[in-house]
Design a protein around this ligand. Sequence first.
Ligand SMILES: [Zn+2]
Length: 409
Amino acid sequence: MDPERYALENLAIWLGVGVERFRSLLTGEQLRELYASLVVQPIPPHERLLRRLLQPVMGSCPPGLRRVVTGILKQARNLTVNRHGRPKLAAPRNENGLQRDAGIFTVKMSGSHRSLFSLPGGDKSAWPWRFKGKKPERLRECSAARLFLELKELLGVDGIDWGGARSVVCLTHDVDNLEGYRFIEQVTAMEERYAVRSSFNFLTGWEYQIDPELISHLGRAGYEVGLHGLTHDIALGFRGRQEIRRQITAAIEGLPMRAEGFRAPALAVSQELLSVLDELGFAYDSSLSVTSRYFRGVGICLPYRYPGLNLWEVPLAIQDDTLFRDLRLSEEEGFQVMKELVEQVQALGGVAVINAHPCIIRKRPGFYQKLLEYLGEEEEEIRCIPVGALVRYLEGCRLTKEGKMQNAK
Ligand SMILES: [Zn+2]
């Protein structure tokens, strides 16, 4: 596996031009840094252990408590020890004191002040690295989004063509429990009013029995049917390869339709899990985060070919539980954050993958209604399609004689 080649190939997809247009602008170090930011980060042993210990009791917890525990677990990745030897949670920072994954947006909370999402854009003096004229300076911190934005500007290109639109929004729904499963029809009814189609990711051996009739109805109506696992195993990716394979194979067998995509429960994703997905013929994974308050994200809201595998990674931009469970926003505030995020992704020319749990939409229908309304108003600028359809679109992109990446269809 050649890290530089993978980084270049993905940049070519994002920029929508051939590698030879920008190869000379980049150093090997930058490419290796970009590569490192796109691959899954190693998970610290304490988080692996915590998740494995807690999984057996999760099934007996009510869904609300489960969600809280999962939220705490995500923070465990960033557990460090303070100078008194007590554990503390800290945002990952590099030696310059910058948030390591400030690639696209960060969430900061202090006291009652909530500064939400900000894209590295306007104030370039704050960027940790830049090009000198056309020669790049040594890269101190890689943020894929910054690299992409700088290259776009230098080359004077718009980036990949999303079939006429400036950006893409993929709505996804992880069906975590019975409450969520029972609310699927209401979610599709809301989406149909705005001619929107989304992806539903199912668990096949958990609290609900999958009705084959529902699955075929979703498929016929243009929704994507994806997998979220067998049980909601919050340690799935951190188990042995055989166990990961056993669970996912069983999950596939429990689904009456072939799934192209996967989202790991509680985002328990690892290199091992991704390679099993590849082996089992999945087209994409959507378990890596663009950014996170607690751990380093991939730093770019654009799909990429996962290095060394025949698998796309379509990183997850935001989940509704971040807005309502972690930040405790109102429906209106939650919608405003979501809208701002979509606008930022639009300015970048990227893909915003949103996870809206049906069980959360049920309690906050106004929020989701507003989001759909907004996407409906922006339909000329923003393509709203299921992740699987986006991946097929990307698969169909080829470099034309004029050196532009285009989907011929
Ligand atoms: Zn889930």
